[in-house]
Ligand binder design. Structure first.
Ligand code: UD1
Ligand code: M6R
Length: 371
């Protein structure tokens, strides 16, 4: 049932304040006078000791689920102190990459039925790793065949383009990082700030959804373009990849997410006065580096659309010539949850304006159960 919405993708984008609440329900502990704020993930609490002892955490997934893991990687590394590596499921299987008994492998999959991810799971099980699932589908193959895991509880997602599952996956992996780091006193203040940020997140997502009309106007401007680049780094490298994936998947427009640190190693050659470029430059430790990326793109007459923190328009928009998307600020590691929303809206409106099928893009299936 689409309710008041025209398409499932639209409904699922606008549902995110609620789906995030459901994802967090019963899992955040407010703490009290003598008790610290904490996180309770029932599905992994008995395995936390093993996870903390592992030599490496390996995230494995495809498409949007891979991007969600990439968004959570920095906070997991920070709070666990364990090296976190990333694997696209098919590539791990193709390479038969090394997986050891001392590894914790984390399988991220909305459907829990993706063939590539399942094959990687089988491979990790054979190699004796601890296998943790993060899925939206109770009773799915990933949920059944992993040793333990967390259901993201985002509610059924029907649009082929994953939207609310992406933000819920990031939140679950941030909670996973909090749970693993829970025994470290030195990071307690940081963890409590993130937990406060999680409590506040649905409200902030509601706020960023107000950009709907602005994103529709932007889509109108981009309707006839051939290509769109999206630059991000740090916590928002994943946002760049995921924003570009949404645009190409539903709006059928070529789009590429680029790690801003790689700009001079090739992509800069593409920049001219015609190609639209989204630069994500919200406030975090990488902000000044992104400011200099903007300056360099500007010097090459790039057509810039800058996503920045509310109130920062003047400091990011050199020469006043770029378009700005202002978003509310949240805790740095949760910012990807906010920043993807305008890009989801942009992809949605671009698709509708270009007259394509939003919920079932050509050639794609919701769940890729064949290889
Ligand atoms: C569970 C209940 C929930 C209830 C709550 C009360 C289920 C599905 N969930 O939620 O209805 O409100 O207790 O405390 O009954 N698992 C995997 N692999 C995965 C995902 C999950 O093995 O990919 C396992 C978990 O290790 C766990 C079980 O499935 O044993 C349920 O996981 P989850 O729903 O995340 O647990 P709770 O949040 O505790
Ligand atoms: O169900 P899964 O999360 O395992 O699916 C993985 C990808 O097929 C999926 O995320 C795909 O990239 C989406 N259509 C993207 O919107």
């Amino acid at each position: 049932n689409k309710g008041k919405y025209e398409h499932y993708m639209q409904k699922e984008i606008h549902e995110q304040p609620e789906s995030l609440k459901t994802t967090m329900r019963g899992r955040l502990i407010r703490g009290g006078s003598c008790k610290a704020k904490s996180v309770l993930l029932g599905g992994i609490k008995d395995h936390l000791k093993t996870i903390r002892r592992s030599r490496r955490i390996v995230f494995i997934g495809c498409g949007t689920s891979y991007n969600a893991a990439l968004a959570a990687r920095p906070i997991l590394e920070e709070l666990s102190g364990i090296p976190v590596t990333m694997e696209i499921a098919s590539d791990l299987v193709d390479r038969q990459g090394p997986i050891y008994r001392e590894d914790t492998t984390v399988f991220v999959s909305q459907s829990g039925e993706t063939a590539d991810t399942l094959q990687a799971l089988e491979y990790a099980l054979e190699n004796g790793a601890l296998c943790v699932g993060i899925t939206n589908t109770v009773g799915s193959a990933i949920a059944r065949n992993t040793h333990c895991g967390v259901h993201i509880n985002a509610g059924c997602e029907i649009g082929v383009a994953s939207t609310k599952a992406y933000t819920s996956q990031i939140v679950v992996m941030a909670m996973l990082a909090l749970a693993i780091g829970d025994d470290t006193i030195s990071s307690q203040a940081r963890r409590e700030a993130i937990i406060d940020g999680l409590f506040d997140l649905p409200k902030k997502v509601k706020e960023v959804l107000k950009l709907d009309q602005e994103m529709k106007d932007l889509a109108q401007l981009l309707i006839a373009e051939q290509s769109l680049l999206v630059f991000g780094r740090g916590y928002n490298y994943a946002t760049a990849l995921e924003g570009a994936l949404k645009v190409k998947e539903v709006a059928l427009m070529h789009s590429e997410g680029i790690l801003a640190g790689e700009m001079k190693h090739g992509p800069l050659a593409l920049v001219d006065e015609t190609l639209p470029i989204v630069v994500i430059a919200t406030r975090d430790a990488c902000f000044s580096k992104q400011q200099s990326v903007i300056q360099q793109l500007h010097a090459r007459k790039g057509r810039l659309i800058v996503m920045c923190t509310k109130g920062d328009a003047a400091s990011v928009c050199v020469g006043g010539s770029c378009r700005v998307i202002e978003v509310p600020q949240v805790e740095d590691c949760l910012q990807p949850v906010i920043n993807i929303v305008p890009l989801q809206l942009l992809a949605y409106h671009l698709t509708v304006l270009r007259g394509y099928n939003v919920d079932q893009p050509r050639n794609l299936a919701k769940s890729v159960t064949t290889q």
